[in-house]
Design a protein around this ligand. Structure first.
Ligand code: SAM
Ligand code: GPP
Ligand code: MG
Length: 298
């Protein structure tokens, strides 16, 4: 069989040429480019606080004592640290739901971004974490951070479609999507998690989903979709696609009220991106929910 090598098969990573699989669809090519080009200060400056780089949002109450009232020259720095603390708190809650993980276990982070959650998972469990992202820049960034931390034998990111991973059937003790499931068909996604997870394994997602009780996606939800080039699913679609793929919800936690303080604080910062109003309004009018779902692979 002849191997077809197109110009998109190679990317320059750290000055050397690295193999990058061709995107599975034109849409995935667009998403790869989106994240290759992303460099928003709201993500980089928060990550700079302690070297954990996230592309997800925060939960929990604002620590007003830490933030202080004085709008002095240090206020913005304290605000950034506080937003970052809330984003890391979100990842901790996701990890809390993975169940009992041993140091010899392998976890899969589907849509791993710059790898902040992978590092946290390894630091908590001592286990191996395999991440996949469509973006060569993100995979390189995550692997560079793992090297800097000396954990490259345990934490590894690759450029790969989360719907078609190279992991062995039943290889993972747990897997997750942290704000990355709105880029894929949920039946295809959960079929792949179900394949990669061992029976008794745990799947966790934290996601924004539209609320069927509202009716249809609101204008705010449509605005979020356009902003990120994603396709937000409904709560009903998540539960149905899980049920169809041997993933049985063990916990469904509505984090909507818990994420509002993050958004209201972020809306006052100099790092706003313009999407804050859509999140705040859609969470408040009930059309959008911030949800954690933890499911057992049966
Ligand atoms: C909003 S970021 C979330 C990153 C990370 N989970 C976090 O919490 O920081 C979305 C991620 O999903 C990834 N993604 C989207 N579609 C994907 C696909 N089909 N296969 C692999 N990764 C995908 C993007 O490359 C990006 O890394
Ligand atoms: C909850 C929903 C619908 C999420 C959509 C996916 C997404 C883009 C998450 C945050 O990424 P980011 O951290 O790069 O975004 P921002 O730059 O806004 O902080
Ligand atoms: Mg962000």
């Amino acid at each position: 069989m002849e191997l077809s090598v197109t110009s998109t098969d190679f990317a320059t990573v750290n000055g050397t040429s690295a193999f990058v699989p061709a995107p599975a669809s034109p849409y995935q090519g667009d998403i790869a480019r989106y994240w290759d080009q992303e460099g928003r200060p709201v993500n980089l400056r928060l990550g700079d606080v302690d070297g954990l780089y996230h592309h997800h949002y925060g939960i929990g109450d604002v620590d007003h004592a830490a933030l202080g009232d004085d709008r002095d020259s240090e206020y913005e720095k304290r605000l950034i640290a506080e937003l970052h603390r809330l984003e890391s708190a979100q990842a901790e809650v996701l990890l809390d739901h993975l169940g009992s993980i041993g140091r010899h276990d392998t976890l899969v982070d589907a849509g791993c971004g710059r790898g902040g959650s992978m590092v946290m998972a390894h630091q908590r469990f001592g286990c191996n974490v395999e991440g996949v992202t469509l973006s060569a820049k993100q995979a390189d960034f995550a692997n560079r951070r793992a090297h800097e931390l000396g954990i490259e034998d345990h934490v590894h990111a690759r450029v790969c479609n989360m719907l078609d991973t190279p992991f062995d059937t039943g290889q993972a003790a747990a897997s997750w999507n942290n704000e990355s499931s709105m880029y894929v068909d949920l039946h295809d996604l959960f079929a792949e998690h179900s394949r990669v997870l061992g029976v008794g394994g745990r799947y966790v997602t934290i996601t924004g989903c539209w609320n069927p009780r509202y009716g249809q996606p609101s204008k705010w939800v449509s605005q979020i979709n356009a902003h990120f080039e994603c396709n937000i699913h409904s709560r009903r679609e998540y539960l149905r696609a899980m049920a169809d793929n041997r993933l049985v919800p063990q916990a469904v936690v509505d984090l909507t009220a818990a994420t509002l303080p993050y958004w209201e604080l972020r809306a006052t910062s100099s790092l706003v991106t313009g999407i804050e109003e859509a999140f705040i309004n859609s969470y408040k009018d009930g059309s959008f929910q911030y949800l954690l779902i933890a499911a057992d692979r049966v």
